[in-house]
Design a protein around this ligand. Structure first.
Ligand code: 5GP
Ligand code: ZN
Length: 114
């Protein structure tokens, strides 16, 4: 079966600008940034959406958000502020079907989101 784009990025078959990596999580720069800082945080295990993760694998959420927490402190977003977005499905505009948290910072964001 064909691997998804982000699985290829995890395996370094497609290059990316990595900001943080451990055994379970990769955080890298979005190729088309929507803000001065735009990172994507992904679990290395492939799931298309958070509701598809079985309860016995929910440790990936702990690993993902722990890595995000560490990264935002390292690069100073904890002081600047940041927005996180997870899209799923066509109505939300998901284009890559591998769980990813957008981390956006460096400008003001509107609420509610568009
Ligand atoms: P989605 O629209 O699924 O929520 O977000 C997918 C994101 O992946 C988009 O913001 C898009 O710019 C980013 N993206 C798509 N292809 C690549 C790529 O090859 N490399 C990187 N670094 N980001 C990508
Ligand atoms: Zn994948």
């Amino acid at each position: 079966m064909d691997q998804c784009l982000f699985c290829k990025i995890i395996k370094k078959e497609i290059p990316s600008e990595v900001v943080y990596e451990n055994d379970s999580v990769l955080i890298f720069k979005d190729i088309t940034p929507k803000a001065p800082t735009h990172l994507l945080a992904i679990p290395k295990k492939h799931y298309a959406g958070i509701h598809l993760v079985p309860p016995d694998d929910s440790i990936i959420f702990q690993q993902l958000f722990a890595a995000i927490g560490e990264t935002v402190k390292i690069i100073g977003l904890d002081l600047a502020g940041y927005r996180q977005v997870i899209n799923f499905g066509d109505c939300a505009g998901q284009t890559v079907h591998h769980i990813h948290v957008h981390i956006l910072s460096g400008r003001d964001f509107t609420w509610p989101p568009g």
